[in-house]
Ligand binder design. Sequence first.
Ligand SMILES: Nc1nc2c(c(=O)[nH]1)N[C@H]1C(S)=C(S)[C@@H](COP(=O)(O)OP(=O)(O)OC[C@H]3O[C@@H](n4cnc5c(N)ncnc54)[C@H](O)[C@@H]3O)O[C@H]1N2
Ligand code: MOO
Length: 406
Amino acid sequence: MLSLEEARDRLLAAVRSVTERETVPLRDGLDRILAEDLLAARAVPPADNSAMDGYALRCADWPAEGGLALAGTATAGAPFKGALPAGQCVRIMTGALIPDGCDAVIMQEECDLSGQGCTARVHLRRAPRPGENIRRAGEDIAVGDGLLEAGRRLRPADLGLLASLGLSAVEVLRRPRVALLSTGSELREPGEPLAEGQIYDSNRYLLTAMLRRLDVAITDLGICADTPERLQAVLESAARGHDVVIASGGVSVGEADHTRRVLDRIGRVDAYKVAMKPGKPFTFGTLGEALFLGLPGNPVSATVTFHQLALPALRHLAGERSGESPLLVPARAAAPLRKKPGRADFQRAVLFADGDGHRVATTGSQGSGVLSSVTRANAFIRLEAERGDVAAGDTVSVLPFDRWLM
Ligand SMILES: Nc1nc2c(c(=O)[nH]1)N[C@H]1C(S)=C(S)[C@@H](COP(=O)(O)OP(=O)(O)OC[C@H]3O[C@@H](n4cnc5c(N)ncnc54)[C@H](O)[C@@H]3O)O[C@H]1N2
Ligand code: MOO
């Protein structure tokens, strides 16, 4: 049996990232994978401008007996034309270009006004400091700055940044094509009536939702009955035109568990069984050009193996290069936890702040069919394979649910 880390390493080593690119409008760039390093072709902001509503002036004119006369106005998009005459200032709004000759902006709250019209004067209550309230050209981004690296999954602020540079489109990698099926003769589609012994297919719904967050192209192959002939036909056709085929169910050892035998016949089984709980029967291999991921049928096992194994593989396949490792938070166990040494354990739990630290409590029954243990949780307690029982108050590592699970 492979350790979780070995299984993940082997799986990642077996994945080839997509390289084909496409150009998408900026507004469609969210969650897509950037295809190239982006350098700034222009500066942001493009020119010195005011950070405040107030008065732009020359510091050398202070103290000004009788105040500064107003030479004109500068608003964002309508600059003051010409150079500032000595002993004068310019009424300026946030975002307006700094007029030639000015070296500071004083907030209007710090100024007094006297007179009106052409006799109006601006009086400062203190000495202006050179550069104050001026946002310099290139302060956010300078020409040639490295902005975003190839392999980045684009976030909302990234799209804003690219827009600030005037880019209307972005070069990204094509989406991975993923085929998804559930195996099991007992499974029915929600909405249909159930006969005796039947249950609804929940895995395809939860896995489709996680795949959507990943922004891959999904082909839903529906439910496949537990016959080797049927499964072989479905997998053979799925292997064509997809980068990955994901199936849940049928990876265990019973007579109706055909997945591995079929994979062995029409493709290759690269690994079977991982020392994790839940999720031990996780299987992966290849089907022609496609990667095959076989998740255990129990819904919690499918969720955990998808999160811990399929997700890193799919992100790598998508071309994502993120150096961030998942956040592990130390927390004290609110109650004792049962744990047999041997497999890394992912208990569903609620993590909460407690004084200066954190405490964590499980969401109850940890059966791998108890999907409500996941819906009630906001974290996994991650117990190392070799660890045994945990006493109340012991420190454990907690993996808060990330965007793929929340
Ligand atoms: N003798 C052994 N039996 C089992 C072992 C074992 O080591 N020796 N491992 C157990 C573990 S651990 C798991 S996990 C399951 C995994 O089995 P399969 O992947 O073969 O899954 P199935 O047998 O098809 O289903 C298991 C369970 O989950 C339900 N299921 C399946 N698909 C769905 C779905 N799409 N939506 C909702 N529920 C689903 C299915 O009805 C079963 O109840 O094997 C253990 N057995
Ligand atoms: O992995 Mo099974 O997932 O322990 O129920």
